[in-house]
Structures are given as C-alpha cells and as structure tokens.
Design a protein around this ligand. Structure first.
Ligand SMILES: [Zn+2]
Length: 55
C-alpha cells in the first residue's frame, strides 16, 4: 500500500486533532472518471485513545 496523504480527525473524547495516514487501496472507474480508493490508517487514533484509558 502507498501512503498518499494525511488527514486529521478530531478525537471524540478530547477534541485533539489526530493525524491519520491515508493509504491507497485501489482505483475504481465510473464512466470516464477515475477514482482513487483510499483507506485511513487508524493506528494513530487507537494509540491516542489508548492514552485516555491509561493516563
Ligand atoms: Zn483524545
């Protein structure tokens, strides 16, 4: 998988922006529009929420 970018999601518990890497999963085509399918990597969000449970 290739990392294509990073987005930030806000933690539902504390509102902190947590970076989330985006990886390509493949491509789809609709008509003549090619779309890149990306899948977010939740590892960092899990790591962040773990700090809430284990302060
Ligand atoms: Zn948080």
């Amino acid at each position: 998988m290739t990392e294509v970018g990073t987005m930030h999601v806000h933690c539902p518990d504390c509102g902190t922006p947590v970076p989330m890497a985006l990886h390509t999963k493949g491509m789809t085509s609709q008509g003549n529009v090619l779309q890149l399918v990306v899948e977010p990597d939740y590892t960092d969000l899990w790591a962040h929420s773990w700090t809430h449970e284990h302060p």
